[in-house]
Ligand binder design. Sequence first.
Ligand SMILES: Nc1ncnc2c1ncn2[C@@H]1O[C@H](COP(=O)(O)OP(=O)(O)OP(=O)(O)O)[C@@H](O)[C@H]1O
Ligand SMILES: [Mg+2]
Length: 359
Amino acid sequence: MISDQVLWASLPVPAFIIDPEDRIADVNSSGEGFLNASRKSVVGHPVWDQIAVDAPLEEAFTRARAQGTPLFVNDVDVGSGNRAPLQCALQIAPLLGHPGSMIMIVSPRELASRMTRGNTVKSAAQSAIGMAEMLAHEIKNPLAGITGAAQLLSMNIGPQDLELTDLIVAESRRIVKLLEQVEQFGNLSRPEFKPVNIHDVLDRARRSALLGFGADMTIIEDYDPSLPLAYGDPDQLLQVVLNLLKNASEAAGPEGGTIRLHTYFEHSFRLRRSDGSGHSLPLQIEIIDDGPGLPEDIRSDIFDPFVSGKENGTGLGLALVSKIVSDHDGWITAESVPGRTVFRLSLRRAPREARPDKE
Ligand SMILES: Nc1ncnc2c1ncn2[C@@H]1O[C@H](COP(=O)(O)OP(=O)(O)OP(=O)(O)O)[C@@H](O)[C@H]1O
Ligand SMILES: [Mg+2]
């Protein structure tokens, strides 16, 4: 007969024993890996402080415990520490012989059709941006000289060579545009936090998109009218939404497509950091398009700077989005299959004392 200890240690999926007071009574070694914490450091701690489940689970959990029945929850986002939440299935059952105690098995789903990423620009990427900013500054002046010289040349040459000077001017402009985008990072200040009606931000973004880059798109509003105020910098959040709308419009191609702006409240969505701090991110904003989806080869890197699937893309749009969201202590994920790409932004709610009406 194999001992319980051996079985427990061999389980290839994270498993937790939860005591009647919702504290972790035991965790197996996969569970330690999942939490990125040792057994010693988590046993005795409230389980829902270590594991953030993106679903209103409490009621069902309490019922399962009271009735001694198992509980299965599919497709929930489970976060731990400061890692991006993983989509998981949870299997929960009463622990035989220990009234009130439960065993919970967490099975992360394979990431095949789904992409979830951290919201921080990685530090290597960040220094790449710092370097690029410096270069941007240095390159702009000589580039202006080159463009000017090409324009002077073009006044005295035949039409067959004109094509070449035009090429110099056009390509130089492209470089200037890239440099300006790089410089945007440097100019990005800390957000000025205030209570923000996110629907106003979405409206502004929608109207400006329809007048410009999104003229061929249909943009549907699917708002939760009771959504409370978010806490953030309205101009920076506008920049985020505009970048997402622009990407969705560019993905759609010349025939256009449909973008749905979806907002909803999700009380249980929390962000946890490895230092134990955490906060609730209950405002959800989804930007959903029906385009071809994220290119397979770059889908895990789209939030990194200079990653682009477009011929003329600089790959800075989503890096900027990611930086702003992270400065807002928020969260962004992307999920994509052909015909449905969802960027979901999770934001904090305005603190009570900052709300204009102290609702
Ligand atoms: N909604 C979307 N549908 C399909 N692909 C997308 C979508 N959003 C982003 N992408 C892919 O992610 C890549 C990175 O996007 P990002 O905004 O960072 O850069 P970019 O759009 O290429 O350039 P820039 O925004 O700097 O002009 C895009 O090039 C595109 O391939
Ligand atoms: Mg872009």
